[in-house]
Design a protein around this ligand. Structure first.
Ligand SMILES: Nc1ncnc2c1ncn2[C@@H]1O[C@H](COP(=O)(O)OP(=O)(O)OP(=O)(O)O)[C@@H](O)[C@H]1O
Length: 571
């Protein structure tokens, strides 16, 4: 199975930057307030350092009180700004995510049908639901903390360096311990947590399956066996949770050792510097407090690396959707025009290295109705999908033009047409939002659906779908044909719209299909050869090639593949 692509690191970076550049205000505001909050957070440490120096030099009571008031003001300002920065960062993050989500949804809606089929719908769905959910949760819970931690770390290190480069250097003694702890922790954390999740899922599954089979278990007096299996899975979950707890404790121990090493190095260096008279005790106090401020942010960053990595992986999956070349966008719908001409040349198509179309050349004149016939698997649906633009051919071209030489509206009525849940009239207006009630009624009458629609509880406004009125296959096909008629296409492609039904229904639908095709160019995949007999021209396909074409009578007279199909067909 071909997977949908995952964006590489560069695409993720440029994708995010592009979104930020589109609307830079919220991000810049969040960064500015975060920086102000970080600076306000540095102020108390600086004031306390000054206070230490003043006390050592012999200060007055008034000055002491003044400095303490300044410390309180700085703390309050820091707290306010930190709260504001968090709110602004989450807002900027959510706006960014909303833009990314909109783009991803847009890309998903324009993915070529064959790409979705090859990759599986599950992959696409999990990207626009699960992955978006993971990123949204990270943005809400961690983005503000990470941004403020990064800014605090940056400004605090800069603050340390401006106090005294030697003190900053001494603080670096913590780095090797952090690196050692990270290298020890990260590689073991992911598998451990994955194992824990599996154990939890296992326990839930065992309990659920026992509960759902309670009656049967009682009948066979098998309770002890099931209780034992719940016991076993619970023990596994407990053991692994205990291991995970020990693991976290061990990890936190290393963080504490790193802090101890850095702080000790700063105090020891400070002692030497004060002794040598190159700095003051107040500056060393400030440096120690600055350094202490780093512990919180560093701890948060390190503890949530896993979550952020998983969010980045999800983001890469979401942005990967935008890297698939999309289908041609048909919006806005071209205005109704006369019947189209179709020029197909050198068309090849391959599914997963399995070639199914081998160089199809076909021309359909304006207003002509061509029936496509052939055994199952001959490639008819594939050809129809390519002409409709829902499939991208491996090679070759399809040129569809209206009388004015423009790409016109092409409507494909698929084998299993989809009718959207909701009022029937809303489904029909999908084809033409401005359609009047009369036009809708006329379209339903044209396809022979007016009778049963009138009998629905609310007529054409009756809600269709689960929990409401359910349509049968014939009714769905009629709705699809009425919708196609309302769209006023220049080319209509019918893919076995009548194949599912019994013979009376087939007659109803065939008549409906013929009326929808009238005055339009039409390509009809005809399993019921009666449809082919009434077409202007019949094109016979075998194993991905056109083997015969002509009128029904000509082909019968020729006695080739079509004549054999006709002879074998029982109307
Ligand atoms: N999405 C797909 N992925 C892989 N192979 C496919 C896909 N769709 C069709 N095929 C294969 O391509 C070949 C042509 O299929 P296609 O549906 O175009 O033929 P058809 O003439 O319309 O047949 P039918 O009348 O049964 O619908 C078949 O062998 C089919 O198995």
């Amino acid at each position: 199975m071909t997977r949908l692509p995952i964006a590489d690191a560069k695409t993720v970076r440029t994708g995010l930057l592009r979104q930020i550049r589109r609307r830079p205000g919220p991000t810049l505001a969040a960064l500015a307030v975060t920086a102000a909050a970080a600076l306000a957070g540095l102020a108390p440490a600086r004031i306390i350092g000054i206070l230490v120096d003043r006390v050592l030099a012999g200060t007055t009571y008034d000055e002491l009180v003044r400095l303490l008031i300044w410390t309180a003001v700085a703390l309050a300002a820091g707290a306010l700004l930190t709260g504001l920065a968090a709110a602004l960062t989450v807002r900027a993050g959510q706006l960014l995510l909303a833009a990314v989500r909109e783009d991803a949804l847009d890309a998903a809606l324009h993915l070529p049908t064959d790409t979705i089929e090859e990759a599986g719908r599950g992959d696409l769905l999990s990207r626009i639901s699960d992955d978006v959910g993971i990123v949204a949760e990270t943005v809400t819970n961690l983005l503000a903390v990470w941004v403020s931690s990064a800014v605090v770390i940056l400004l605090t290190v800069a603050g340390l360096a401006t106090l005294d480069p030697w003190l900053a250097l001494a603080g670096c003694a913590t780095i090797p311990v952090y690196v050692f702890a990270l290298r020890r922790y990260l590689p073991r954390a992911v598998p451990l947590y994955a194992e824990q999740r599996v154990a939890f899922a296992d326990r839930a599954e065992t309990i659920l399956s026992t509960l759902s089979g309670l009656a049967t278990i009682g009948t066979y007096r098998a309770e002890p066996r099931f209780v034992a299996s719940i016991d076993a899975s619970s023990e596994r979950a407990r053991d692994i949770s205990r291991r995970a707890l020990w693991f976290v404790t061990g990890w936190v121990k290393w963080l504490n050792i790193a802090e101890l090493v850095g702080l000790s190095a700063i105090i020891a260096t400070g002692f030497l510097l004060v002794d040598a008279g190159t700095t003051t005790a107040g500056a060393v106090t400030t440096a120690a407090l600055y350094f202490h401020r780093l512990f919180g942010p560093l701890g948060v960053v390190v503890m949530s690396v896993d979550d952020v990595q998983s969010a980045i992986a999800s983001l890469a999956r979401i942005l990967g959707l935008g890297t698939v070349p999309g289908r041609a966008r048909q919006t806005p719908a071209p205005p109704p025009a006369g019947p189209a001409t179709v020029e197909i040349s050198g068309l090849h198509h391959t599914y997963d290295a399995n070639p199914v179309l081998h160089g199809i050349d076909l021309r359909i004149a304006a207003g002509e109705r061509v029936a496509l016939v052939g055994a199952s698997g001959a490639g008819k649906t594939t050809l129809a999908g390519i002409v409709a633009g829902t499939l991208t051919p491996t090679a070759g071209t399809v040129d569809v033009r209206d009388p004015a030489g423009q790409r016109p509206r092409v409507i494909l009525v698929a084998q299993e047409p989809h009718v959207f849940a909701g009022p029937l009239s809303t489904d029909l207006r999908l084809a033409r939002p401005e359609a009047t009630d009369q036009e809708i009624t006329d379209a339903l009458a044209l396809v022979g659906a007016d009778g049963w629609v009138r009998q629905l509880p609310d007529g054409v406004d009756t809600r269709i779908g689960p929990g409401h009125t359910q349509l049968d296959d014939e009714q769905r096909a009629q709705v699809a044909l009425a919708r196609a008629h309302l769209a006023a296409p220049s080319l209509v492609i019918l893919d076995e719209a009548t194949a599912e039904s019994g013979s009376h229904h087939a007659d109803v639908l065939e008549r409906a299909a013929e009326r929808v095709c009238a005055g339009r160019t039409a390509l009809v995949i005809a399993h019921r050869l009666g449809q082919a007999a009434r077409a202007d021209r019949v094109v016979v396909m075998e194993h991905g090639r056109v083997v015969e074409e002509g009128t029904h009578d000509d082909l019968l007279a020729r006695g080739g593949p079509y004549a054999h199909l006709w002879a074998a067909w029982k109307p």
